[in-house]
Design a protein around this ligand. Structure first.
Ligand SMILES: [Zn+2]
Length: 428
């Protein structure tokens, strides 16, 4: 087991003072100091993930996959006495800036063609996770998914002040991804909570850790590293990738070097590297780990590269996030509590885009909870593939159409006792 909990500080001089991409490693170190069992517990968690990845390897071969849609609440915690919204150097950032960040998350986590999140990397993954500003607040009232709170405190230490921020405002951690946008006190531009909790199989309960996670969970971002517009942005980290990176941690991903020289991030398709890209350019980097020279994957969102260099999550990173979502009680609860898509009296299905190229999204709506069977037939009536999901509510699924030839197919969905079919055109 390599040590991946070492402190990693990365300094550069964009503004002439020390700036750090991410406070995640340091956050780990704090936990380690507070709770000596933490390393042991996290190591067990990693072993579990690896074991499950091995036994569930076939899961990734499914042709269809459920798309997770995560509701997000953005808490603007600002020091603007006039409460004026937007403009340059205003911590009370505009709705437009917030929405530009949500778009980046969706472009990056869905590898959307025609956006900065697109890539042609052979191991590049569509993470099949989408984010939307919450439409209902914890009381069930309509909301924009944005809160604005004036505080006397001018700036925050992203690593040490997380509980202060959660105390100022948070929405139920088990129902929303909470993102706080603040002015950072020092150079750290992002901070995140790992999806650890003791209800995972094989882990002993630890009261202090559970208590801690009940107090803070989510992501904190410096306001000049949030979104892609509106006059506030840092010149290097200006395309919203700090949030993509920190949400990656929130979903269980580690830095590609495992936070130590040639360390392990538990993803086989990210190259083992000596150190993260702490420069301000996208120049290629190589590493020598165990006498093997490899090209760093500086384009990986979990590296420290400038925003413009980044466009890749890998298949193993996808596998890891989906396992973390399935295994971590807190994240699992969040998935279970997701607002279900509209219920319909009768089974209704729709396909987008149609015609499709490499991927199509299938929307399946019905009433209540049912098992869902998705089949695709060619025009001769021969089944091309079939996937079955138990205990589903109205959901979105993705269909990988990359291996289907150009032509017309029939998608058949059976939900409980109802059946619905629709024509899908593949046009490559
Ligand atoms: Zn990080």
């Amino acid at each position: 087991m390599k040590n991946y909990l070492g402190i990693l500080l990365v300094f550069f001089s964009t503004f002439g003072f020390a700036q750090e991409r991410c406070g995640f490693s340091i956050g780990n170190k704090i936990k380690q100091v507070n709770n000596p069992n933490w390393i042991k517990q996290q190591v067990e968690f990693e072993h579990q993930l690896r074991a499950l990845e091995n036994t569930n390897a076939g899961q990734m071969l499914r042709v269809t996959a459920k798309i997770y849609k995560i509701p997000v609440v953005v808490h603007i915690v600002h020091n603007n006495t006039s409460n004026f919204i937007g403009g340059t150097n205003n911590t009370n950032i505009s709705d437009e800036q917030i929405k530009s960040q949500i778009k980046v998350l969706n472009d990056d986590y869905r590898k959307k063609v025609g956006t900065n999140g697109s890539n042609i990397n052979p191991v590049g993954a569509d993470m099949e996770i989408e984010f939307e500003l919450a439409q209902k607040d914890p009381k069930g009232n309509a909301t924009t998914g944005i809160t604005r709170t004036y505080v006397a405190q001018q700036n925050f230490d992203l690593q040490y002040d997380n509980k202060i921020l959660a105390n100022i405002i948070h929405w139920d951690f088990e129902k929303y991804l909470n993102i706080w946008v603040v002015k950072s006190k020092n150079g750290t531009i992002g901070y995140s909570e790992f999806p650890y909790d003791s209800d995972l199989i094989g882990l002993e309960a630890d009261g202090s850790l559970i208590a801690e996670q009940n107090i803070f969970d989510g992501v904190i971002i410096n306001y000049t590293n949030f979104g892609t517009c509106c006059g506030n942005l840092n010149p290097t980290y200006n395309l919203g990738r700090t949030v993509t990176h920190e949400v990656g941690h929130w979903l269980g991903l580690l830095h590609p070097n495992g936070d130590s020289n040639c360390g392990d991030d538990f993803c086989n398709d990210t190259p083992q590297i000596e150190k993260l890209n702490d420069g301000t350019t996208c120049n290629k980097l190589t590493s020598n780990c165990g006498g093997v020279i490899r090209m760093n994957m500086i384009e990986n969102y979990m590296d420290y590269s400038p925003d413009r260099c980044m466009n890749t999550f890998t298949n193993d990173q996808k596998s890891r996030t989906r396992l973390a979502l399935a295994l971590s009680l807190k994240r699992k609860k969040l998935l279970l509590s997701l607002e279900i898509l509209t219920e319909t009296e009768k089974l209704t299905i729709s396909i987008e885009p149609n015609p499709a190229k490499s991927i199509a999204n299938l929307r399946v709506l019905f009433k209540g909870e049912k098992s869902v069977n998705i089949s695709v037939f060619d025009l001769r009536g021969i089944s091309v593939y079939e996937d079955v999901y138990d205990a589903q509510k109205s959901s979105l699924y993705s269909i990988k159409t990359e291996n289907l030839r150009t032509g017309i197919y029939i998608i058949r969905v059976v939900a409980g006792s109802e059946t619905s079919s629709q024509k899908m055109v593949i046009d490559k």
